[in-house]
Design a protein around this ligand. Structure first.
Ligand SMILES: [Zn+2]
Length: 321
């Protein structure tokens, strides 16, 4: 079989010789070769700038993991704060109040480890490996502290069950349905105008607000008491007393020697004695020494309320007395 081409000069079909076909094939294969080389260069350029599809996917995954890791770090910081608050409440309120030895903060943080795990993290980028190392060591620390907290709560529960009679007597609720306006400790006296120890807390209350016994006990005072005005005092036993001052009146029939239960109505707020205005001044006395009453409201204050009360009490430098 022969191939022809049309020759314009001679106006006729001329057979193509073998050498012509050979040349055409040669040219075509050269073009093909250039094409392959250029395509190859372009692919390698694209890969070096953007990465292979697998690399692109890995990079996206890596970014996602890093963002998750940062989110985890935020969560850990928050948990750490909550746990510290819980440990504080546990030590300063529950354990102290129940007469249990507080756990030292070193004890709560006790124990180290995980170094084998840590050294394996060195293979990653410095920034990532730092973040991973931080996360792992903090998770371990949280785990330890949660375990210790759990043990402490178990001990408190056991103690409570073994001492239910004592628990009913120790003041453990708010004496009035109101908020604290001034805390325990040195405060500016509103009438005398100098700083002196404020041996209780003040609750905001208009005249005639009901006051309740904060634990079971026996009335040891119910009447006028100098600058404290009309005052009620309850002996709870176990070394605890509570005092309610500046009342407008004592509940009818309440006399010295009568026993009361936690939650019993004992009197009404007023402004008797030396005061700036109507309020309830409330004290807790333990073994003859006034202590901070905020720590003796654990039966009806949530941890959030406790912190709010503490903040208000600490921020106000003036008592109503
Ligand atoms: Zn006061």
């Amino acid at each position: 079989m022969s191939f022809y081409y049309y020759d314009n000069d001679e106006c006729k079909f001329v057979p193509i010789e073998y050498s012509t076909v050979d040349r055409l094939i040669h040219t075509a294969s050269q073009l093909l070769l250039y094409g392959i080389v250029i395509t190859g260069i372009m692919i390698s350029l694209i890969v070096s700038f953007a990465g292979t599809p697998a690399e692109i996917a890995l990079k996206a995954e890596n970014r996602e993991l890093q963002s998750q890791l940062r989110h985890t770090k935020t969560t850990i910081v928050r948990l750490d704060e909550q746990l510290a608050r819980m440990a504080y409440t546990d030590n300063e309120i529950y354990r102290t109040m129940l007469g249990l030895e507080p756990l030292s903060y070193d004890e709560r943080l006790a124990g180290t480890g995980g170094f084998d795990m840590m050294s394996r993290l060195d293979v990653y980028q410095a920034q990532t490996s730092d973040l991973l190392r931080w996360t792992l060591s903090n998770i371990e620390s949280l785990e330890r502290r949660v375990n210790i907290q759990q043990l402490s709560f178990d001990e408190i529960k056991y103690f409570y069950n073994q001492n239910q009679d004592k628990m009913r007597h120790i003041p453990a609720i708010r004496p009035i349905n109101s908020i604290i306006t001034s805390g325990f400790g040195p405060r500016m006296h509103p009438v005398y105008r100098f700083r002196r120890p404020h041996e209780g807390v003040d609750f905001r209350a208009r005249i005639g607000t009901p006051i309740y016994a904060t634990g079971d006990g026996i009335i040891t005072m119910a009447g006028m008491n100098g600058t404290y005005g009309i005052t009620i005092k309850i002996d709870h036993g176990f070394g605890y007393e509570s005092l309610y001052a500046h009342l407008s009146r004592v509940e009818t029939g309440l006399r010295v020697g009568r026993s009361v239960s936690r939650g019993d109505l004992i009197g009404f707020t007023g402004d008797t004695g030396v005061v700036e205005g109507p309020h309830l001044h409330y004290e807790i006395i333990r073994d003859g020494v006034p202590v901070d009453p905020i720590n003796y409201m654990f039966a009806d204050l949530s941890p959030e309320e406790y912190i709010a009360f503490r903040r208000i009490a600490d921020s106000n430098d003036r008592s109503m007395d």
